[in-house]
Design a protein around this ligand. Structure first.
Ligand code: NDP
Length: 449
């Protein structure tokens, strides 16, 4: 409940203006609920209109993306870039290509990104972008033409000191390659620092592909050890999704001694009591771009169940939701609790509904919000930018070690902030407060802009 009057007033105004943006309202509400204590201590923020400015994006660009498919048919998609907050660095955040993309989803992701980027300790502001284009089932040539059309508008809004996009759902190495190629062609500049997640032969960073999933497990290990005296060793794990984040979360959890027994895509989930064969899964998803059901067709002893939401009914110790927003509701959370799970660490952005978070926390499970536990992706994007500026490439081990160090420091920042707020171990509270304070200080120092 919001009790602070300033927060109540600003939230009411957001609700009035953005009534048709449910995901955005959900994200703002969650953050505001965590900020009550710190806002009480800073009356000067109200005078400076700090929160009114914090919830309003600095700039939103919306544009037409026309393209022609292989059969010669014309399509028009909608493109977005939400440049949310540049108080601590250039806007930074991924591009999402998925039919569900709309302004509400772009704004919630951009808003979360401000705090996430702040937690990484690197100088990056928050932004997000994308399109309602669906790359599924499209040929490489169609994806290329779409990316070229998208960049033909986007290029004028980005730059290494302005805004640096990366990948997200539906945008992986292939799409970043096409986007970069078109940017370079239009501007006649090899401006490596303008996009991250690039291929290794043109300025990409080793370990960027693995970073979000690996970082999630580094964060989780730290929290498990510190708050429960536990580790991944011998644990049964569910990883929802089977995209970039899920694949490498599953790989690292397995390397750390866990058994991953279930994974999903948007159509259904697989259950493999022997532990998911990751080489098989990577082949199905990375090379064949096929549905996850193919896994059960090819791996004896495994099962496929249609409907991805039921994945949480599989018995596990640790759940790593790595697919999409609001993928775990109260029913899913209750199933985990009933099966004796000890922890939920978010790999996706906002995968738990507010009701699911409440249930998980009140039943004593360890819980971390995506803005803290999935920050390894953007942190490594920050390391890619550093390497581009230095005109150097670090080894896989060097990047991985820096990533590991960053995830440990994010955990510590969240934990310390939770203690300062009198609720030790509430990592959601800690993440929101620690992320916000840095941005708030920078915004106050820079005046009313
Ligand atoms: P990918 O596109 O690589 O994979 C997404 C996975 O989630 C696929 O398995 C997809 O299934 C599934 N999925 C997508 N939408 C839904 C849905 N509505 N319901 C159920 N499943 C769904 O994306 P990423 O792995 O990159 O991203 C996953 C999550 O992690 C997102 O929330 C993203 O914002 C977040 N994230 C990603 C980062 C990164 O570095 N990539 C960094 C930080 C956060 P299908 O193939 O059937 O669509």
């Amino acid at each position: 409940m919001l009790t602070n009057e300033y927060l109540q007033r600003v939230y009411a105004e957001v609700e009035r203006r953005d009534a048709n943006e449910p995901e955005f309202l959900q994200a703002v509400r969650e953050v505001f609920e965590s900020l009550q204590l710190v806002v009480d201590k800073h009356p000067e923020w109200e005078k400076a209109g700090l929160l009114e400015r914090f919830v309003e994006p600095e700039r939103v660009v919306e544009f037409r993306v026309p393209w022609v498919d292989d059969a010669g048919k014309l399509h028009v998609n909608r493109g977005y870039r939400v440049q949310y907050n540049s108080a601590i660095g250039p806007y930074k955040g991924g591009l999402r290509f998925h039919p569900s993309v709309n302004l509400s989803i772009m704004k919630f992701l951009g808003f979360e990104q401000i705090l996430k980027n702040s937690l990484t300790t690197l100088p990056m502001g928050g932004g997000k972008g994308g399109s309602d284009f669906d790359p599924k089932g499209r040929s490489d040539a169609e994806v290329m033409r779409f990316c070229q059309s998208f960049m033909t508008e986007l290029y004028r809004h980005i730059g290494q000191f302005t805004d640096v996009p990366a990948g997200d759902i539906g945008v992986g190495a292939r799409e970043i390659g096409y986007l970069f190629g078109q940017y370079k062609r239009i501007t006649d500049r090899f401006d490596g620092g303008v996009l991250t997640g690039k291929g290794l032969s043109f300025g990409g960073s080793l370990a960027r592909t693995q970073a979000t999933g690996y970082g999630l497990c580094y964060f989780a290990s730290e929290a498990l050890q510190h708050l429960k005296g536990e580790s991944f060793e011998g644990k049964t794990v569910i990883v929802s999704g089977s995209g970039n984040v899920a694949q490498y979360a599953a790989e690292k959890a397995t390397q750390l001694g866990a058994k991953v027994v279930a994974m999903s895509d948007s159509q259904g989930y697989i259950y493999d009591p022997n532990g998911v064969d990751l080489q098989k899964l990577f082949d199905i998803k990375q090379n064949r771009r096929a549905r996850i059901s193919v896994y059960a067709d090819e791996v004896p002893g495994s099962e496929y169940h249609s409907g991805c939401r039921d994945i949480w009914t599989v018995k596990c110790d640790i759940a790593l939701p790595c697919a999409s927003q609001n993928e775990m509701d109260a029913i899913g959370a209750q199933a985990l609790i009933d099966n004796g799970a000890i922890a939920v660490f978010e790999g996706a952005n906002m995968p738990l509904t507010p009701e699911a978070i409440e249930l998980v926390k009140s039943n004593g499970l360890l819980y971390s919000p995506g803005k803290a536990s999935n920050a390894g992706g953007v942190a490594t994007s920050g390391l890619e930018m550093s390497q581009n500026s230095l005109r150097l490439s670090w080894s896989f081990e060097e990047v991985d070690e820096r990533l590991h160090g960053i995830m440990k420091s994010i955990y510590k920042a969240c934990y310390d902030a939770s203690c300062e707020c009198g609720q030790p171990g509430d990592l959601m509270l800690g993440a929101n407060v620690a992320g916000f304070l840095k941005v708030a200080n920078a915004m106050m120092a820079q005046g009313v802009v």
